[in-house]
Design a protein. Sequence first.
Length: 319
Amino acid sequence: MFVIDSETHPVGVMDIDQYRPELAGTFAPPTMAELPNRHGGASAGPRDWYVKDLIEAMDQHGVTKSVVMCGGVQVTNDNLAAVVRQHPDRLMAFASYEHFQPNSRDIETTVKAVAAMERGVRDLGFKGIGELILERFSPAPPDELYLELRPIMEVCKKYQVPVFIHTGYDPVTFRLKRSGDERSSWSYLPAPLKYRDPIYLDDVALEYPHVPMIVAHMGGRFLRHFEGALMLAFRHKNVYLTTAGAPPEFIARAAAEVGADRMIWGSDWAWRSVKGKRPSEELGQARNFASLEKAKLSAAQREAILGRTLANLLGIPGL
């Protein structure tokens, strides 16, 4: 079966914005990035280039292709492009606004963010934009997110590509951020739960009805956010829901009420899935395949969710 993973994060905290793994000796490998310790003590940071581990996981679980993207940590488009170049037959990327946080109160930085996204899609051949982490747009309140997201949505509209947006509960209470150009310092940003509610994307979908909006995790594992995602998909035909991290009963209900042709499988495979002494088992292919299996869908529904829906959306041949 042709399987596409809609969400993987093989690159995390980097101290190099233009890493070239294929040019050994020309560019130094990523090193321990200097991060302030929230609880005091010495600074620390991971070495975050886990492309080989991702491919091994894909082979183990029968995944044909994966989308690589930034996530909780912003990643440069040069580094995402370097990932894809290592395995161009298996990997594709979504563009990032890099370390230039769009902000309606900061036009200069927003212009740089737009330029980064346009370069990713236009010049590097990326298939979409994301993953957007909405708490990064604070201090704008959640009900004004549609204003903050306009520069991103305009790029998606111009190049006719989807946007991928994180939603739903997760235990993360902070995000890492960098401000500006290469080797600018890393710091912490609070991550309020209110920004994870899919209902705040309704204004965005109303304003951009022709831009495909991929709502990650279909609101997550709590009913409140899931039903917000479900309402969003009922109301807007351009909204798609991913299954990553969603319980089987939510997957089954979404397939019955919204339709498998608006659902997309994903693993949320992340660099922290494989590093350290306590890897995150919930971030990976095995658990998310198991959740889909437990949803007891038809063969046609599984085929759509596992590959056909996203292949059609991204124009990928083979299905």
